[in-house]
Design a binder for this molecule. Sequence first.
Ligand code: ADP
Ligand code: NI
Length: 205
Amino acid sequence: MNSPSNRSGLVARVQNVVTQRMAGQAAGHGMDHVLRVLSSARAIQSRTGGDLMIVELAALLHDVGDAKFHDGVERSAEFTREILLELGADDADIQHVAHIVDNISFRKRDAAKPLSLEGQIVQDADRLDALGAIGIVRTIEFGAAFGQPFYLPNAPSEKTGVGHFHDKLFKLKSLMNTDAARNMAQDREAFMRQFLDQFLAENEG
Ligand code: ADP
Ligand code: NI
């Protein structure tokens, strides 16, 4: 059984395991992303309520088996079950966290099952990390890793970072589950639009 003190100990132990497992993963996709998601998820939970331990565990574990680092196979939910079982978490908590991890990604949007409040919070926190200054940097880093230019006049939108802003990132605000995250998304999106305006103005000279 998880008494309240065991529960907080579990979060710290999971954080250690995830830190080890994700060591060496590129900035923007590694522990830095996970810790930002954890911190945003805590901020949202303080406004919405919900089970804080479940929120913290799901935030920490949501990318632990990211397909980009596992031969194209998404293994986060599988690793989540293994790690939580090993650390002695309650069965119901394991099922709950694994369900969240299995269903929050953008890619699964249409196939995803309904999320609990805790799942909605972590999904919002993950989406927030694709916005704002961090989101701009992550888009550029993604492009650098995959040989995609940030901007090319007249290029198809799926071929550039600027296209990615329009195709995906500017849609995230309206997909937010919670009002708290929608408000944060609003500020971050406004900053990105301001950046893009200046970027395009400079390009025109
Ligand atoms: P997460 O790691 O949070 O699950 P993703 O792996 O989908 O998210 O994306 C990681 C980062 O790379 C995000 O900031 C996302 O906006 C960016 N990214 C994903 N696909 C593209 C793309 N086609 N072009 C530019 N950036 C991308
Ligand atoms: Ni993520």
